[in-house]
Design a protein around this ligand. Structure first.
Ligand SMILES: C[S@@+](CC[C@H](N)C(=O)[O-])C[C@H]1O[C@@H](n2cnc3c(N)ncnc32)[C@H](O)[C@@H]1O
Length: 347
């Protein structure tokens, strides 16, 4: 539902041949209903809500409405090259304004043969998630991926399949559950979740949390179109494995997302998170102080026996467990690989 609402203008544009972007009001409405709708585990302060909402709005406006590529796919003549004309292996789409010689040639030849994509052919091809994952668009002076975000497989999250199988086995033992809720914060179109479901179909329910989506996604069991800074109440102590790769880095409220992970983990559950350099600027200097407080809270929870905490950090900006914002000349809070194992309920 949420996916359809977010990208409906693109599908309408393919049908009619005219791309009509969503208005600011429509985008705000979607954000209000989805990203900030319903009850949260922890409600945002007014100040945080404004910052996070504006970030999502600006991002969505650019991604779904001002996206020139989407407009071109709807409105321009498009030729399909099932194998990349340059290096092979990727499905490719070419618009008439491509300045790339081989693409221009290919376009001309296919057009002469009458092989322009029809509206229905466009709809059929663009309904295939593999196209958004692997496809490339030759348009203007660029040759770029169809999808907008890095969309990585489980292995690129840092897990070999057998290693992830080990996590599932351990969490099953520690939670006493046979069917585990796996949440991917920033799961985009669900590539890693699909891998997990393919490898462990009987062991997992897949949950994707993301602020935006491609026009199509792979299948997952549940979608939460919301920011990591504000988790829906229904997730409280209900997620058994929480993953995140290349998503914290887009958050201005990383501390809030870490707190939500603590709250949403089931007892026995594990969060395995890549917490990259964040959007420090949104809360100016306060970002680092908030992160310091959040790490101190996690250290305290570990000392009191609520969680087990492992933090791998230590780069050019220091270590997340010991970094003291007030005495550092560099105000980038250190990125880290964070593992949280919940031992006791926080309810
Ligand atoms: C670069 S993609 C990463 C996709 C995938 N995890 C991977 O590693 O390929 C970034 C993802 O983070 C999501 N994202 C951005 N800001 C977010 C936020 N505040 N809360 C949750 N997810 C966010 C985006 O919607 C997108 O799904």
């Amino acid at each position: 539902m949420a996916i359809q609402k977010l990208m409906s203008h693109f599908w309408d544009g393919l049908k009619t041949g005219k791309f009509i972007p969503k208005t600011d009001e429509e985008i705000r409405k979607i954000i209000n209903e989805n990203h900030f709708g319903g009850e949260a585990i922890i409600e945002l302060s007014d100040e945080d809500r404004i910052v996070i909402e504006n970030e999502i709005f600006n991002h969505l406006k650019y991604r779904i409405s001002k996206n020139l590529d989407l407009r071109k796919l709807c409105e321009q003549e498009v030729v399909y090259a099932p194998n990349d004309i340059r290096c092979g292996g990727f499905p490719c789409f070419i618009t008439p304004d491509s300045t790339f010689d081989k693409a221009k040639e290919y376009f001309k030849k296919e057009k002469l043969k009458g092989n322009l994509l029809t509206k229905n052919e466009k709809i059929e091809l663009f309904s295939n998630p593999d196209i958004w994952l692997n496809g490339r668009l030759y348009s203007g002076n660029s040759n770029s991926p169809m999808g907008s975000w890095g969309m990585r497989h489980l292995e690129a999250y840092g897990f070999q399949v057998n290693e992830f199988g080990g996590v599932i086995k351990r969490v099953k033992g520690n939670t006493g559950k046979n069917l585990l809720n796996v949440l991917d914060i920033g799961g985009a179109m669900g590539v890693a979740l699909k891998d997990i479901k393919d490898f462990f179909p009987k062991d997992v329910i897949t949950n994707n949390m993301t602020v935006d989506v491609e026009p199509v996604t792979y299948e997952f069991d549940n979608l939460y179109l919301c920011p990591g800074e504000r988790f829906p109440k229904s997730l409280e102590e209900n997620m058994d494995i929480i993953l995140s790769n290349m998503a914290f880095t887009y958050m201005s409220g990383q501390n809030l997302a870490l707190e939500n992970c603590l709250r949403s983990l089931s007892v026995g559950g594990e969060a395995l998170l890549s917490v990259g350099i964040g959007k420090q600027d949104s809360f100016v200097q306060d970002f680092s102080n908030r992160m310091r407080n959040q790490y101190d809270r996690m250290i305290d929870l570990e000392n009191k026996g609520f969680i087990e905490l492992k933090v791998k950090s230590g780069t050019w900006v220091g270590h997340a467990l010991t970094y003291k914002p007030e005495s550092e000349s560099n105000n980038w809070f250190p990125p880290a690989w964070v593992e949280i194992r919940k031992l006791k309920s926080l309810k």
